[in-house]
Ligand binder design. Structure first.
Ligand code: SF4
Length: 489
């Protein structure tokens, strides 16, 4: 028996589906914090009389029989032709099933139509007619007030929304018309499961080097190391080049490149022994930095239901920061970590520790820290001007790498701070920390108040955030050394 998510994985990459079926999957950390069950909210929002509550091990016939006798079913499990689904709420009516899905987003996204249509395929396969399909999502326009009812965070939607925010059609009509060839897909999945492994050509691989099974799937290509053509970024011709038998970056004819600065940096780094820097731009960028140079990083959690006044559904709450302040040769460190509604203390602590002058370096500044400060400014207008002043001094360190000003071949086409620092200084390794990535930090933070070893976890969280700003200090020193070496030559 397959779950609809298995079909989606197979649709995306059959080999990935095969790997996931044959290897124990790691528990996934939840990106959004939710203290309430969505189906409980759904039942409060839709008046449901005498429902059957589905359970994990309940035979599928129980839920089907309940629907056939006119009883609504919450979290029911249903099976048809090797496919098992779970539906948050179904209300049977004489005209057909009234189906309610839930979504952890601010709209019913049209991208989910394939996933939802598979649910209808199972229910229709069981002989049910469909009257209507709706989806309960967050209501992004709601702002929490003092007398807030958490259920007001949600709204029941009848229409899909496209990625550009425009209406994507009536949910019921779109799903009933959605074409599905599920029988053939399930047969292909069955066949795949009987094989020791399905061989894929590089051309078929949808993720190339961004998949954790890349080494397992394409060992010979992986063994080419930093020079592999796989790591060429933003290339429209990469698959074609690979198909033609090209294996390393130096084999690519220059007229087959797209001409982006990032690709140029990769090719030049490969030719120059592993490092490329446009020293003219880099020197200019460094010359614009004001002293003291401040390195800043935040950690935050995302809440489905807004937990505090002034917040909206899916807003984030910053619970931690790390600041390194470099004044000449002297490096000072400041940090903050609190739980609960620490927004005001976060702002006040940050403003008191950031020097009134100097450039503020963040990695991916305008996709992360600047957004957080602008949100806090809206929630606490008394600090808006001061926070906007911080944003105005921010400089994005990531941009040097993502714009192709600097590149190390050992970054292997990855542009995160972790990839950059491990290419520059492998001794600064996040894996040595007991908390080594952002979602892990969030998961520990969520349990902080309930842990016996709270002091140890606090310490691990502080070390993790401090590592990010320390890594930026190292990156800046390395960038300076690139232009210094040049002026000595
Ligand atoms: S490396 Fe490519 S082919 Fe292999 S599992 Fe990942 S996405 Fe699929």
């Amino acid at each position: 028996m397959y779950h609809v998510s298995d079909v989606l994985k197979h649709h995306y990459c059959p080999k990935l589906f095969w790997h996931l079926q044959h290897n124990a999957s790691r528990p996934r950390q939840k990106f959004i914090q939710m203290n309430t069950s969505l189906s409980e909210v759904l039942v409060r929002k839709i008046d449901v009389q005498n429902p059957l509550i589905g359970q994990r091990a309940m035979p599928a016939e129980v839920c089907v029989n309940a629907l056939r006798t006119g009883q609504p079913v919450i979290n029911g499990r249903y099976e048809h032709d090797r496919l098992r689904i779970k539906v948050p709420l179904i209300i049977p009516t004489p005209e057909g099933l009234d189906i309610l899905f839930t979504s952890m987003a601010n709209s019913a996204k049209i991208e989910d139509q394939h996933y939802l249509a598979m649910h209808l395929w199972v229910l229709r396969g069981l002989g049910f007619d469909i009257l209507r399909v709706r989806s309960m999502t967050f209501d992004g326009s709601v702002i929490r007030t003092e007398d807030f009812n958490p259920d007001d965070s949600f709204v029941v939607r009848y229409t899909f929304t496209k990625a550009n925010g425009k209406p994507g059609g009536n949910i019921t009509e779109v799903l009933l018309k959605y074409p599905l060839e599920l029988k053939e897909t399930l047969d292909a999945m069955d066949e795949l499961m009987t094989l020791p492994e399905r061989q894929m050509s590089i051309r078929e691989c949808p993720l190339l080097n961004r998949c954790e099974y890349f080494e397992a799937c394409f060992k010979t290509q992986y063994e080419l190391g930093d020079r592999s053509i796989f790591y060429l970024t933003q290339s429209s011709a990469k698959r074609q080049l690979i198909d033609e038998g090209l294996r390393t970056l130096d084999q690519i004819p220059l007229d087959r490149l797209d001409g982006s600065a990032v690709q140029y940096a990769q090719i030049m780094a490969d030719r120059q022994g592993g490092v490329f820097a446009d020293k003219f731009i880099l020197r200019h960028w460094l010359s614009l930095l004001q002293s003291p140079v401040i390195f800043m990083d935040f950690e935050w959690d995302t809440y489905g239901i807004p937990p505090y006044v002034g917040m909206k559904p899916l807003d984030v709450l910053c619970f931690q920061y790390s600041l390194h302040v470099l004044r000449g040769e002297e490096l000072a460190h400041f940090e903050f970590l609190e739980s609960g509604d620490c927004r005001l203390r976060f702002i006040e602590s940050l403003l008191s520790n950031i020097p009134s002058e100097g450039s503020i370096l963040c990695y991916n500044a305008f996709g992360a820290e600047a957004l957080r400060l602008n949100e806090l400014g809206r929630q606490f207008p008394q600090y808006q001007e001061a926070l906007e002043g911080v944003v105005a001094r921010m400089v994005d360190l990531a941009q040097l790498f993502t714009d192709g000003v600097v590149y190390l071949s050992s970054m292997r086409g990855a542009y995160s701070l972790k990839s950059v620092i491990q290419a520059i200084d492998p001794s600064l390794n996040y894996d040595q920390l007991s908390i080594s990535h952002g979602l892990e930090a969030v998961s520990h933070y969520r349990n902080l108040a309930n842990l016996d070893d709270e002091a140890d976890v606090r310490d691990a969280l502080l070390k993790y955030c401090k590592m990010d700003t320390l890594a930026m200090v190292e990156v800046l020193a390395w960038l300076k050394s690139l232009v210094k070496e040049d002026s000595h030559a």
